[in-house]
Design a protein around this ligand. Structure first.
Ligand SMILES: Cc1cc2nc3c(=O)[nH]c(=O)nc-3n(C[C@H](O)[C@H](O)[C@H](O)COP(=O)(O)OP(=O)(O)OC[C@H]3O[C@@H](n4cnc5c(N)ncnc54)[C@H](O)[C@@H]3O)c2cc1C
Length: 434
């Protein structure tokens, strides 16, 4: 019987395994160095915040794997020999495969900062990071201040986590405004203010120079690059982005760039070896997407796709319209299609922006300024329906249509206050084309 081995038990590896099982009776083994069972990485923050126990982040009961005849193996894969189709583990074990799926995810970036490996310095990616945080920042007596370095989606989650235990946070952000390489200025400015309103010491245009240790190798402060200021702290969170976690195949024959290079079928340069999820890098970007997409939905879609190919129905990865969601403290964020940041906006893209006076809700809608065709929407504090925007993007609807039907896309629970009337009024005053 053909043996399918999957390295990585995150959303991409587990989705691939589930779908291969649905489609076939092949032998399947999933390997992980992190945890015995699959858990939802996006829910890690809620464990620290006390909203759920770690067990509750596991979408499947522990018996699920045996019942579905999916073997789980704990261990770190050290090297891959693609000639003999053998995996070598750090423990000395070996395992042979017929087909291999690399689904090893990401690791937090470290840029060679002095002190980056001290005790009390951590990323926020793996379960072990959470355990480390619990050890060094259980409360505000043990951790009198934390410094977070890097202002992306994981950085702000870490700020919210620490805030929930009343641990003072200084947030060093290289950009001149929060996440303004992705968000248009109106939104980015709103988030700057929102972070400050939560008593987080946000330092924009600020870089880390060095992390200082006490005599036991534990962090005691950081030094700021621009001013030389020393900020005393007990924990440093490194959240300056992630990179594919693929060091273990660097000496193999599998082609790598930043990630594992794959074609549209998620195949690598080596026959019977595939890569999916955060660690996969497309040879050529699909549409306006980045060649590496470190997001949950991408991993899930790639897992489903590669399962089809492995089970004999060779299928290209076809992600459809871009979408994503996240949270900035208590403000929910959703994005559909393309809304570029002010700095990266192409010439043809124009924005309509509406912001509520309480500065916790806003939307930006991008459209083609020549044809008025709808290109994408960002919403903050208002929940929208994915399928509506997906449809309107496919149908290439124009702005007037989208604005007229905006309330159909609202997904806020019943009795929530609605803002579409106000949004439409602003639009009619400022822009309406017809
Ligand atoms: C705190 C946090 C919040 C996030 N929030 C969001 C969000 O709101 N929305 C969103 O879209 N995305 C979010 N993400 C990103 C999302 O979680 C990832 O895109 C997704 O989990 C990647 O899944 P994956 O299966 O590719 O890899 P992973 O989940 O990283 O799984 C890979 C697994 O492989 C294991 N592994 C790696 N190398 C080896 C080896 N050599 N041997 C054995 N095992 C190995 C790893 O230990 C890991 O368990 C968040 C990420 C984090 C960290």
């Amino acid at each position: 019987m053909e043996h399918i081995v999957i390295i990585g038990n995150g959303i991409s590896g587990v989705t691939a395994a589930r779908h291969i099982r649905k489609l076939s009776d092949k032998k399947i083994t999933i390997i992980s160095a992190e945890t015995d069972y699959f858990f939802s990485r996006t829910a890690l923050m809620y464990v620290y915040m006390g909203h759920m126990k770690f067990e509750h982040t596991q979408p499947y009961e522990n018996w699920f794997w045996e019942k579905n005849d999916i073997n789980l193996k704990q261990g770190f894969v050290k090297t891959v020999d693609t000639n003999s189709k053998t995996l070598y583990f750090e423990s000395g074990d070996t395992l042979s495969y017929d087909k291999l799926i690399i689904a090893t995810g990401s690791k937090p970036n470290k840029f060679g900062w002095p002190g980056q490996d001290l005790k009390g310095v951590m990323g926020m990616y793996h379960k072990q990071d959470l355990e480390n945080l619990e050890l060094h920042a259980p409360n505000n007596k043990v951790c009198k201040r934390a410094v977070i370095v890097g202002g992306g989606l994981i950085g702000i989650e870490l700020a919210e986590m620490l805030n929930s235990r009343n641990i003072p946070v200084t947030f060093l952000v290289r950009e001149s405004s929060f996440w303004n390489d992705v968000l248009p200025d109106g939104e980015s400015n709103m988030i700057n203010q929102h972070i400050k309103n939560h008593h987080i010491d946000l330092r924009l245009s600020t870089n880390l120079k060095e992390i200082i240790s006490d005599e036991n190798g534990k962090v005691i402060s950081v030094i700021v690059e621009e001013t030389g200021e020393e900020i005393p702290c007990d924990v440093v969170g490194l959240t300056a982005g992630v990179t594919p976690n693929i060091d273990f195949i660097k000496d193999s024959h599998i082609e790598t760039g930043k990630g594992v290079k794959v074609n549209r079928f998620l195949e690598t340069n080596i026959k019977d070896v595939y890569a999916i999820g955060d660690c996969a890098e497309q040879h050529e970007a699909i549409g306006q997407r980045r060649p590496i997409e470190a997001v949950w939905y991408t991993g899930r879609m790639m897992g489903e796709t590669v399962a089809q190919t492995i089970c004999g129905n060779r299928m290209p990865y076809n992600p459809g319209h871009w979408f994503n969601s996240a949270k900035f403290l208590d403000i929910e964020y959703q994005t559909y299609g393309w809304v570029h940041s002010s700095a990266n906006k192409p010439n043809y893209e124009q924005h309509f922006h509406w912001k509520h006076e309480d500065a916790t809700k806003c939307i930006t809608i991008a459209f083609n300024k020549n044809t008025h065709v709808f290109l994408g929407i960002n919403t903050f504090g208002i929940r929208m329906r994915h399928e509506k925007f997906d449809k309107w993007l496919t149908e290439k609807r124009d702005m007037d249509y989208v604005m007229k039907h905006l309330q159909e896309a609202n997904f806020d629970p019943e009795f929530y206050k609605r803002y579409e009337h106000d949004i439409l009024k602003t639009y009619n005053n400022e822009l309406k084309f017809a």
